[in-house]
Design a protein around this ligand. Structure first.
Ligand code: DAH
Length: 336
């Protein structure tokens, strides 16, 4: 019996040394250590041994069992730590799998930047519906009934009085209908126009509207705010000018121009060789508009402005085809 024990000890040691993975180790455990394994088999055989020999053989068997158990555990630990062997192993030399990271659309990035600049100047953000009625898009903004902008040629009508908003200005009306002055908001959003698609115009684009109404608001405040805005966006050395123009909803009205920073006013295709870039329209809110919203025009006055966001992004990134913003070509978008 002692011989058998010794032989088994050598056999299992040799077998354990050759084990290379968890599966083989499990086969080993079943073969030797399980309840019906070979060591248990020897314990069963103990009952046939003469009583006088039992103590030393029993002792040798116990030793064999604990030797097998500790050797097994050591091997198990070894396999878990080994980087190359075993089914649960991790190959630390394998290169990582890169995960593609997306980025914000250049229009969203531009809106974010405009929100930050106006946010610092005390403007909060408002929004309104893309599907508008004629009243908010035109009538309350003081468009006369026969104004060409109301024409089917420019506006996507859904029915006689429902349309896709052609500008963000109707949200001015919606804000003033729901709130008494002081009102100080910017309104970024999508607008729609029935135009031929080209590098310069599209049926969808974005605008950012601004509105400030309070007691005693003046044109010089409008200028101060817009000049501060332009300097924050285009740098403090930017030059600017305001030129009189016409909008039904403002009086007086002015377009704002900045010096072309692309050619430094030497003349280039972006500024069409005039050295100046038009960046927005603005003016003092027309009293008729304030009246439509139920504001007391003896107490309150205000200014408004509106700019095209694609144009802002075009100037910022030097992209000269508006269609690129809507095609969602990843080769284009990945550059931002
Ligand atoms: N709504 C005008 C447009 O779409 C832009 C605009 C001009 C908005 C002057 C204003 C403003 O609020 O005061 O062309």
């Amino acid at each position: 019996m002692q011989e058998t024990i010794k032989a088994l000890r050598e056999e299992l040691s040799a077998e354990l040394a050759g084990i290379k993975n968890q599966n083989e180790l499990e086969t080993f455990r079943i073969k030797y250590l399980a309840r019906k394994g070979r060591i248990a088999g020897l314990f069963d055989a103990l009952k046939n041994v003469p009583a006088a020999d039992k103590p030393p053989i029993g002792k040798a068997l116990n030793e064999l069992r604990s030797f097998a158990q500790t050797s097994f555990e050591e091997k198990e630990k070894q396999l878990q730590q080994s980087p190359i062997a075993g089914s649960r192993a991790i190959d630390v030399s394998l290169p990582g799998r890169p995960r593609p990271v997306g980025s914000k659309h250049p229009i969203t990035q531009t809106i974010d930047e405009l929100r930050q600049i106006f946010g610092r100047m005390g403007f909060s953000v408002a929004s309104g519906p893309d599907i508008e009625d004629d009243y908010h898009n035109f009538t309350a903004l003081n468009f006369p009934p026969d104004h060409p902008a109301r024409d089917m040629q420019d506006t996507f009508f859904i029915s006689k009085s429902i349309l896709l908003r052609t500008h963000t200005s109707p949200v001015q009306i919606r804000v003033m209908e729901n709130q008494q002055p002081p009102v100080r908001v910017i309104i970024p959003g999508r607008v729609y126009r029935n135009e031929a698609i080209s590098s310069r115009s599209h049926v969808i684009f974005h605008q950012l509207e601004g509105l400030y109404v309070d007691t005693g608001v003046t044109f010089s405040e409008l200028k101060g705010t817009l000049v501060s805005f332009a300097k924050q966006l285009y740098g403090s050395s930017v030059r600017y000018k305001f030129r009189p123009t016409f909008f039904p909803f403002t009086e007086p009205s002015a377009d704002m121009y900045i010096s072309c920073f692309i050619c430094n006013q030497k003349g280039c295709p972006v500024c069409k060789y005039i050295g100046w870039l038009e960046i927005l329209g603005s003016g003092m809110v027309h009293p008729n508009v304030l009246k439509y919203c139920g504001y007391d025009i003896e107490r309150f006055s205000g200014y408004a402005f509106g700019m095209g966001i694609e144009r802002m992004a075009l100037l910022r990134y030097g992209i000269d085809d508006i269609r690129l913003y809507f095609e969602n070509d990843l080769r284009f978008l990945r550059q931002f």
